[in-house]
Design a protein around this ligand. Structure first.
Ligand SMILES: [Zn+2]
Length: 376
């Protein structure tokens, strides 16, 4: 199995098209056309992560954060850490593939894993992604309907939430009259024809429309297949920001803080003053999610957990919500196990030939905490 076959599967789960427009997910460095050996998954590339990849014979590293984010103007491994990593990766024939905000915005991605870690029930997006959805409609002779719909589904169309192969089919009457230069599949040129057809329609992500059209044209028997694409106003069911859910049992503020600290293995929690007394409905966002504070409040959540929260946001949360900064790393790291599961269950992946590791102690948190009481 080649590396790009795995990265294609990972892209299908968390498409690069849903990432923040200035983000840089995808292949960062390396040789995606080569045969895969073993895979190492980490939060960030570091010297120790590369050492571990070499030791475990991994020629693919998957990091949550992209290595290349700001424009790289020179490669100077002696003085710059990014250059040093690139140089080491290339020297050891290691390919680096990164996620980032596309995984933050994907169902069962960063925020969903955080919500699961906190045992929330009825998990859904805090703010589903708007836009980026179209309706693809194609008019097909009855005999072609199965292969045309397979072409749509094969390109990734017809997905609604946990359901795939979603389509609508209506019997209609189509008319046409071919010109002198036409070559009609049904009827004859220069003759007005009326034929029974199926109006076949499916929801398709915008970025998949070109591939759907290409595949449909290949299998449709008409010289000029008729199709239409409409923009939809619907929210996405599989992509969005943050997550929300409810605790099985209501907790006190102090009980909830203790629970969060234990569940996320977070050494330090920063939290806002005058929080609500009882916590039941909870919003979360992995990484730096403070901009969604008002959304969490407007959704009636009693607590909002994210990382990298600024001083004034804690003031904004007063009397409205328990705002918790559990750390950037701590709110994101649980997604690594999910990435591993996705690779292992990918079509064509052979567990006996290719091992998948989550970087253990090497997937380290770059932020350390000083504890005043223990002096550590
Ligand atoms: Zn992050």
């Amino acid at each position: 199995m080649r590396i790009l076959e795995i990265t294609k599967t990972l892209d299908e789960w968390a498409p690069q098209q849903v990432a923040w427009e200035r983000d840089n997910p995808g292949i960062q460095v390396g040789y995606p056309g080569t045969e895969l050996t073993n895979t190492l998954i980490c939060m960030d590339v570091s010297d120790s992560v590369i050492e571990e990849a070499i030791k475990r014979k991994c020629n693919l590293i998957i990091s949550h954060h992209p290595l290349l984010f700001l424009p790289l103007k020179r490669i100077t491994p002696e003085t710059d850490r990014i250059s040093r990593y690139i140089s080491k990766l290339l020297k050891h024939n290691i390919t680096l593939f990164s996620y980032h905000t596309n995984l933050d915005y994907t169902k069962h991605g960063v925020s969903f894993q955080l919500a699961k870690k906190l045992q929330l029930e009825g998990i859904n997006f805090l703010e589903p992604l708007q836009g980026g959805l179209s309706k693809f409609v194609v008019f097909s002779p009855e005999s072609d309907v199965e292969k045309v719909s397979e072409a749509i589904f094969g390109a990734g169309g017809g997905v609604i939430g946990e359901y795939s192969n979603c389509s609508t089919r209506n019997e209609i009457k189509g008319t046409f009259k071919g010109s002198n230069n036409s070559n009609p599949t049904l009827g004859a040129k220069n003759v007005f024809e009326t034929v029974k057809e199926i109006r076949l329609e499916a929801v398709v992500y915008d970025w998949l429309i070109p591939s759907v059209i290409e595949r449909v044209k290949k299998v449709h028997s008409y010289e000029e297949p008729a199709f239409e694409v409409y923009k939809l106003q619907n929210s996405h069911t599989n992509f969005g920001a943050g997550a929300k859910g409810t605790l099985k049992n209501e907790m006190s503020t102090s009980g909830f803080l203790s629970f969060v600290s234990k569940s996320l293995n977070a050494e330090c929690l920063r939290y806002g003053f005058n929080p609500p007394a009882k916590i039941k409905k909870v919003a979360v966002m992995g990484g730096a999610g403070q901009d969604y504070l008002n959304k969490a409040i407007s959704e009636g959540c009693n607590a909002f957990i994210t990382g990298d929260i600024g001083y004034h946001r804690f003031q904004d949360s007063e009397n409205k919500i328990l705002l918790i900064d559990a750390g950037h790393f701590e709110t994101e790291v649980s997604v690594l196990d999910e990435i591993r599961e996705r690779i292992i269950s990918a079509k064509g992946f052979n567990k006996n030939d290719n091992m998948v590791f989550v970087a253990g102690s090497n997937a380290f948190n770059p932020v350390k905490y000083y504890n005043k009481r223990s002096g550590e």
